[in-house]
Design a protein around this ligand. Structure first.
Ligand SMILES: Cc1cc2nc3c(=O)[nH]c(=O)nc-3n(C[C@H](O)[C@H](O)[C@H](O)COP(=O)(O)O)c2cc1C
Length: 150
């Protein structure tokens, strides 16, 4: 399967998770293209069928700066994503209370609004409860791949 990964990371945690997930997917024989900067032109969402978003939260419930342009163009240009199926690994910290996992929640909201089909249950990783988000993401991955195939 060809999988597009959007990796949004401010301090490197989500990047580490994304790297490990990419390696795992490639080890399973999938082709992975990672987008971690640029906008819609670079992401080429039209050419993708399967998307995995790995994104942390920054500011007050915001998406990380490296994917701000892409997120902003989705919100403004509203391309039809009806062809896209997606899963999500989100990261945040519940100490931020009202904005807990706001970044990943923004991704879910815009992808759903633009017609993408969410596959599997998004994984939300709380930095307080999940000291090893990379391993938690790896444990979540087989269920997502199964859901894509069923
Ligand atoms: C400046 C800053 C703002 C943050 N804001 C939020 C927030 O609003 N909500 C939340 O759930 N987590 C928030 N976090 C927690 C991060 O999302 C969490 O630590 C995550 O693991 C960081 O991943 P990253 O290194 O890939 O950016 C914030 C962290 C920092 C440093």
């Amino acid at each position: 399967m060809q999988i597009l990964m959007i990796v949004g990371s401010e301090m490197g945690n989500a990047e580490m998770v994304g790297d490990l997930v990419k390696d795992e997917l490639e080890g399973l024989g999938h082709e992975v293209r990672v987008i971690s900067d640029g906008g819609l032109a670079e992401a080429e969402l039209d050419a993708a069928e399967t998307l995995l978003v790995v994104s942390s939260t920054t500011g007050l419930g915001d998406v990380p700066q490296n994917v701000e342009a892409l997120y902003g163009e989705l919100v403004e240009e509203r391309p039809d994503l009806g062809h896209l199926r997606y899963g999500l690994v989100g990261m945040g910290d519940r100490n931020y209370k009202d904005t807990y996992c706001g970044g990943p929640k923004k991704w879910i909201a815009i992808l759903d609004e633009l017609g993408a089909t969410r596959v599997g249950e998004p994984l939300m990783l709380d930095a307080t409860d999940h000291p090893t988000p990379d391993l938690d993401a790896l444990a979540w991955l087989p269920g997502w791949l199964d859901a894509l195939e069923s």
